[in-house]
Ligand binder design. Structure first.
Ligand code: THU
Length: 133
């Protein structure tokens, strides 16, 4: 899977964003280890806090289809400014995708790759939870 294709798929997903309140469309494209791509866009609610970010839409779509192994996620915005994932998405990416590459994108020619572990150092995760029930 080449980076340009993943970025193109994220940009296409950005056009599906439902953003009547923020007017800030975000797209995401998540690629599995086997090369399958799942896309997502942000979807807003009139009850603002119920809004879902593009990254989690892509990740939840993939998980709900049975995917467990991922390589990278590309994130794009319509106005092509670099959009790092929010704190909630960093946690969920760490929990469900692990230390994958996060491709922050301005356009096809200008992107920055950063690991989830760099975005969320000293993360809380399941390793801190008690195992016996
Ligand atoms: N948003 C995302 O989709 N991903 C992020 O990582 C940052 C924020 C969305 C949520 C909301 O619809 C809009 O951007 C403004 O916060």
């Amino acid at each position: 899977m080449d980076r340009e294709t993943l970025i193109e798929r994220a940009l296409a997903a950005t056009r599906k964003a439902r953003v009547p309140y923020s007017h800030f469309p975000v797209g995401a494209a998540l690629v599995t280890k086997s090369g399958k791509i799942y896309t997502g866009c942000n979807i807003e609610s009139s009850s603002y806090s119920l809004t879902m970010c593009a990254e989690r839409v892509a990740l939840f779509k993939a998980i709900s289809e049975g995917e467990t192994q991922f390589n990278a996620i590309a994130i794009t915005t319509k106005n092509r400014q670099l959009c790092p994932p929010c704190g909630a998405c960093r946690q969920v990416l760490w929990d469900l995708a692990g230390d994958i590459d996060v491709i922050l994108t301005i356009d096809e020619n200008d992107s920055k790759v950063i690991k989830v572990s760099e975005l969320l150092p000293e993360a809380f995760d399941e390793g801190f939870l008690p195992h016996e029930h």
